[in-house]
Design a protein around this ligand. Structure first.
Ligand SMILES: [Zn+2]
Length: 334
């Protein structure tokens, strides 16, 4: 209830005015870097078979956000950041970087052309087991699709029966089961999902990840590609050997397909541990990106634990602007 009120408040003109005042007062701190994370940019319901949770913005909303970044911040590229760490080349004031995770097809269709128009460099973190594998789906899209398409009135689970008769019940079931999957080992989750699919008798979902030809073309157009594991497990929930295989394997896949790829990594679903961070460093990764919110102060930030702001489901422009300010005025849950 309170969350709902706060969401409404961030959409009000008064909140936008308040943020504008703070933006004007903003001190020009050098040596800081804001990094944004996006997943999907598409019209609402353009892909009704995919989980709506990862829809960051509509093309119109994204255009507004990129225009704001270009006007009020200095967009920097991944090479700028690598240059800072490798050669000490300072980043400009109000540096901001835009990253995309998961390599959904709409990055090429909607997001990248808008970024090009505004001169904003793009980085795309690719889970390399998915391109050109039409039978492979992200578990959250598979779960969503199964729950939306089933004709079963309910799903029996270990913790009770989840009714699936109304849209609200299906949405609630998705929320509950999504939370559950994140608490169990990756392999167990995939097996469990197979069982759910059988129980619900749902049709197969639609593949919506960029193929290698499209990735190659984007790479040639200047998009920096980074590793996001191969199969997208929460990397601290698998063994360290498996984690190394997932991270280094993805980097090798990218290099084999694209040639020149920097040693950068994004943690799937933000899962990490001290052991995983150390392993990435030893494996030669120079930068790694988390889902912890916050502005990076480069002097003190760990390059293998860089913070990013996730642009949540259709977040209001005022909220995004507020998060980028050097004051903690954005609600913590956002
Ligand atoms: Zn991801």
């Amino acid at each position: 209830m309170i969350k709902k009120l706060l969401v409404t408040a961030t959409r009000s003109p008064l909140f936008a005015q308040f943020v504008t005042v703070l933006e004007r007062l903003q001190p020009e701190r050098a040596g800081t870097l804001r990094i944004l994370t996006y997943h999907r940019v598409a019209p609402v319901d353009a892909q009704p078979y995919l989980s709506p949770v990862l829809l960051s913005a509509t093309p119109e909303g994204f255009e507004e956000q990129m225009r704001h970044l270009a006007a009020h911040y200095t967009p920097v590229s991944m090479s700028d950041l690598l240059d800072y760490y490798q050669n000490g080349t300072r980043l400009p004031k109000r540096a901001v970087m835009v990253t995309f995770d998961d390599a959904y097809c709409d990055f090429a269709e909607h997001a990248f052309p808008i970024m090009q128009r505004h001169g904003i460099p793009a980085t795309l973190f690719v889970p390399t087991a998915y391109p050109d594998q039409p039978e492979r789906f992200f578990w959250w899209d598979r779960l969503y699709h199964a729950l939306m398409e089933t004709r079963a009135p309910a799903l029996p689970t270990g913790a009770g029966i989840l009714p699936l008769e109304t849209a609200e019940q299906r949405a609630l079931a998705f929320k509950v089961l999504r939370g559950y999957v994140k608490t169990i080992p990756h392999v167990t989750a995939l097996e469990w999902l197979d069982e759910v699919y059988e129980q619900l008798g749902a049709p197969p979902p639609v593949h919506y990840v960029l193929g290698w030809d499209a990735l190659r073309q984007l790479h040639q157009q200047g998009v920096v590609m980074g590793a996001h594991t191969r199969t997208h497990p929460m990397i601290h929930r698998i063994t360290l050997d498996e984690a190394r295989e997932e991270a280094v394997g993805a980097y090798d896949d990218l290099r084999a397909a694209l040639g020149d790829v920097p040693p950068i990594f994004a943690y799937p679903s933000g899962g990490l541990s001290d052991e995983v961070v150390q392993m990435l460093g030893e494996a030669g990764f120079a930068l790694a990106f988390t889902t912890f919110k916050g502005i990076n102060t480069l002097k003190t930030a760990d390059p293998l634990r860089l913070r990013r702001f996730n642009v949540g489901r259709l977040a209001a422009m005022g909220l995004i602007r507020a998060q980028l300010l050097p004051y903690a005025i954005a609600p913590k849950w956002s």
